[in-house]
Write a protein that binds this ligand. Structure first.
Ligand SMILES: *Cc1c(COP(=O)(O)O)cnc(C)c1O
Length: 377
């Protein structure tokens, strides 16, 4: 199978040392106590990246597992939960809360910009009786980045627990879990971390653990129960056999990130140069404000079919970018510049391929996008 170069907003390219780490011989991770130390150290390294002393766990399942596990573990029948929604993943949290019989109250923001803090403040002055609130850091289908620092501190002042989906931002945007009062933060292996899909990362505050322990009813799940992970190390017991090869790969990917001291600056520079090149070429960005450094979302020019364009890029340039879904299906294309992909050589070639492909379908760019992009370095 020919594998194109994947420049999508996840999964991302996986570095060779991560692929090799996944192929080493494995011990029995349930019975070999050294693996408990390896797992714990890996969680602690992730904690350093996230600026937290909170407990971190790596669960076997893609990012969606983390989202559902947070909702399953916190929600009891009739609990009021605030869903902060300015995108597809933002709205999607409501579905998980309903499955666990929570009462969803939505705060809806514009889908073209980040959540307005003053509007949220006024909303909370009228009603702040929520057990917890959910918010998405980077809502990937539109590429909007929310200011979780202000949002979570505000919610925390009102006594509301905070659940943040940072799957598409963790590793590419700053996250300060402790300072920003994030009770549960969720990440995934296949976005900026640049390991293959399969793992979700969660950080869990003491307040979140207390809330789970003080429930009147049992958590209605086992795989999605975060509480069963609380004392795995002391008890030398994992709820299920950890996917050891995935975790040795993740560990290497985390080490790569720790060594990469300017990782956040690299993301923001690449993202800014991409946006500038795209605008200068006469293309339009989808959102107006609140751009994530991990993905650029571009309107498909009139008369061009996004799947034909993407197919042409694969066939002729071996580059895969993404379309989008939900209300954005067919309307935008997305370039992922996350993790290993947030590099000058990758992105300049994507812009070259995109330009050639747009020109093939009759759209004339007003500049050479790759040289506009490279000029900024
Ligand atoms: C990728 C992603 C997830 C995980 O979902 P999949 O689409 O199944 O990979 C969750 N939240 C956000 C914001 C994501 O970008």
């Amino acid at each position: 199978m020919n594998v194109p170069h994947i420049m999508t907003p996840g999964p991302t390219e996986v570095r060779e040392n991560v692929r090799l780490a996944r192929s080493i011989r494995c011990t029995n991770p349930d019975l070999d106590f050294k693996f408990y130390d390896f797992y714990k150290e890996t969680c602690e390294k992730i904690g350093v990246l996230l600026n937290t002393k909170n407990q971190v766990r790596i669960l076997s399942g893609e990012g969606i597992l983390g989202l559902e596990a947070a909702c399953a573990s916190l929600t009891e029948k009739g609990d009021r939960v605030l869903v902060i929604d300015n995108g597809i993943f933002g709205e999607g949290f409501g579905d998980f809360i309903r499955i666990y019989n929570g009462e969803v109250v939505t705060f809806k923001g514009s889908r073209k910009r980040k959540i307005d803090i003053e509007e949220l403040k006024s909303f909370l002055e009228v009603d702040s009786n929520f057990k917890y609130a959910t918010v998405v850091h980077c809502d990937t289908p539109s590429g909007v980045l929310n200011d979780i620092s202000s949002i979570c501190r505000l919610l925390n002042q009102k006594g509301i627990l905070t659940v943040v989906d940072s799957v598409a931002a963790m590793g590419g945007e700053e996250v300060r879990v402790d300072d920003w009062k994030i009770d549960i933060l969720i990440g995934g292996s296949q976005k900026c971390i640049s390991a293959p899909p399969g793992l979700t990362i969660v950080s869990i505050s003491d307040d979140a653990f207390s809330s789970m322990k003080n429930r009147k009813s049992e958590i209605a799940s086992f795989y999605c129960n975060l509480l069963v992970w609380e004392k795995y190390y002391e008890d030398k017991w994992f709820p299920y056999t950890p996917p050891i090869s995935d975790i040795t790969g993740l560990r290497k990917a985390i080490d790569n990130m720790i060594e990469d001291e300017n990782i956040l600056l690299r993301h923001s520079k690449i993202a800014e140069a991409t946006r500038n090149a795209v605008r200068e070429a006469g293309l339009e960005l989808y959102i107006n404000e609140g751009y994530s450094s991990t993905v650029t979302v571009i309107k498909v020019p009139e008369g061009i079919n996004d799947s034909e364009l993407r197919e042409y890029m694969i066939e002729n340039y071996n580059i895969m970018i993404a379309g989008s879904f939900g209300y954005l299906e067919g309307k935008v294309i997305r370039i992922g510049h996350m993790g290993e992909n947030a590099r000058m050589d990758n992105v300049s070639y994507v812009l070259f391929a995109l330009q050639k492909s747009l020109e093939h379908f009759g759209f004339k760019c007003q500049c050479d996008m790759y040289s506009c992009f490279l000029r900024e370095f």
